[in-house]
Design a protein around this ligand. Structure first.
Ligand SMILES: [Zn+2]
Length: 187
């Protein structure tokens, strides 16, 4: 059975998964809150309390995303020139940031828009072909910035901000699109 937490005006249900890990984390990959906890972890309530604003905000965004997807106000248009488009932006931003890219791959991924490897290969999620071009551009820049700074820290965001001063808005939109695409394509 699902557990529930009441935050402000909402009952938010979640699942708990105990694993052989060191630190607890919260996941929303499927649209439902999942607490991934180390075995014998006893601080569940403290953890939920600490992150309740984050949980609430993300849950509300997922609701909006699902609603928009249903009403088809987010029109999922497939960009037929997607591969070409992504290559153009990778070329542009790798030159702006002075970063060499080894190779670009495009494949279906279940949990993220893109990833990069220490060998400077970048993998983009094939579902990006449903994103508006401004967001394709943003994902390209975001991922290339990770070749300079791996973590989402101050340094990372200051690199991103130079090209996308509205990066927070772009991240919010990407989050909505993630669930809109999942809801529409039933991935
Ligand atoms: Zn990132």
């Amino acid at each position: 059975m699902d557990d529930k937490i009441r935050i402000r005006d909402s009952d938010i249900s979640y699942n708990v998964d105990y694993r052989n890990i060191k630190y607890p984390r919260l996941e929303l990959k499927t649209g439902k809150l999942l607490l991934v906890l180390p075995k014998n972890y006893k601080e569940k309530e403290v953890l939920l309390e600490k992150h309740k604003d984050w949980i609430y905000e993300k849950t509300m965004l997922i609701k909006i995303a699902n609603k928009l997807a249903k009403q088809e106000r987010i029109q999922l248009l497939k960009n037929e020139r997607f591969e070409e488009t992504i290559r153009q932006y990778v070329e542009r931003y790798s030159s702006v940031l002075g970063v060499n890219i080894n190779n670009i791959r495009i494949r279906r991924m279940k949990s993220k828009w893109a990833s990069c490897s220490p060998k400077r290969n970048i993998t983009f999620n094939r579902f990006m072909q449903y994103l508006p071009e401004e967001l394709i551009a943003y994902v390209a820049l975001h991922e290339i910035a990770h070749l300079i700074e791996r973590k989402h820290n101050k340094r990372f965001w200051s690199i991103v901000e130079k090209e996308f001063p509205d990066y927070a808005e772009k991240e919010r939109k990407l989050f909505i699109y993630w669930f809109a695409i999942q809801g529409t394509l039933e991935i």
